[in-house]
Design a protein around this ligand. Structure first.
Ligand code: PDD
Length: 288
């Protein structure tokens, strides 16, 4: 029995729907042995999938990056997500998809014999940010980014991210801001945004960050709200003296960061650019 994960919830594994507590994979699965796989987390509001195509585009990019042939075409993935949502215990949920290279004799190189990728899917209850988190923002600490150099792949090899998030947990804050060579990269499981003089700033989309599905969305929301938006390397000093800092992810949506390393960000309250973008995000959810 795993708390918060009812054993009788229906999950998808390699072609079948089955109870969570009955879904089993081989100990030789390369996802288990090597972290040789990728994943997606897709938010669903009241049964409606948010940014489906963008999530599936990124799923395809991740599969391509690690050279796994996609087990489904676009309509197959959409069908699978729809079935997971239909079986979900609540209509507002997170669809988790994971694809690994499959089961093979343990050997670091790709299997030379044909191997079938493992496909796993589940829908878990999604509690969007609370009114208190939206009103007060969240606290963060900064840490060095010690992860590998292919953070653009949504890989299940997440040890670096796990250790980074644990640093936040132990500091009693919501998230970390990671810095590599003095420049902002991202959170442990989120993208980070900076506001200076009314301009929204974000680190460039490259191999040092995961391009969140909210990357494109924030650009659209900023344009609609008349907020200038620029992607460029952000040195630590610019982050520490920002007027506002924001955080985005499928689960955090968009939240203000109001504390960094024990000091207030700006005046310590969610700022005006956050308010504009948050309103835009809410409108997109309402329009689903
Ligand atoms: N994480 N960067 C990292 C390292 C992430 O793990 C995530 C998301 C993001 C934001 O991506 P998106 O906007 O597409 O959610 C950025 C998900 C939620 C997770 O691993 O659970």
């Amino acid at each position: 029995m795993i708390p918060g994960m009812p054993g009788d919830s229906q999950v998808y594994l390699n072609g079948d729907f089955t109870r969570l507590d009955e879904a089993k994979i081989s100990v030789l699965d390369r996802g288990f042995i090597f972290g040789d796989g990728i994943y997606e987390v897709v938010p669903v509001y009241d049964g409606k999938v948010f940014r489906m195509n963008e999530h599936l585009d990124r799923l395809d990019r991740s599969l391509k990056a690690i050279r796994i042939a996609s087990p489904f075409d676009r309509s197959g993935w959409i069908g699978l997500i729809d079935q997971l949502v239909a079986r979900a215990s609540a209509p507002t949920c997170l669809v988790y998809l994971q694809i690994t290279r499959g089961v093979a004799r343990r050997d670091h190189g790709f299997p030379t014999e044909p191997v079938t990728p493992t496909v796993f899917g589940m829908a878990t209850p999604f509690a969007p940010p609370t009114p208190a988190q939206r009103a007060r923002g969240v606290a963060t600490i900064s840490i060095p980014d010690e992860r590998w150099l292919h953070c653009e792949i949504k890989s299940v090899s997440l040890l670096g991210n796990v250790l980074a998030k644990q640093a936040a947990v132990e500091a009693g804050v919501e998230e970390v801001l990671q810095f590599r060579d003095g420049f902002l990269s991202e959170g442990a499981s989120s993208n980070i945004w900076v506001v200076r003089d009314g301009t929204l700033l974000a680190p460039p989309k490259n191999n040092l960050i995961l391009e969140g599905i909210r990357y494109g969305l924030m650009g659209e929301l900023a344009a609609a709200a008349g907020v200038p938006f620029e992607m460029r390397p952000l040195p630590r000093a610019e982050v520490e003296s920002a007027d506002e800092i924001l955080i985005t992810s499928a689960t955090k949506e968009v939240l203000a960061v109001t504390e960094l390393d024990g000091r207030p960000v700006g005046d310590g309250k969610p700022g005006p650019v956050f308010a504009l973008l948050r309103a835009g995000y809410d409108a997109r959810i309402a329009a689903l």
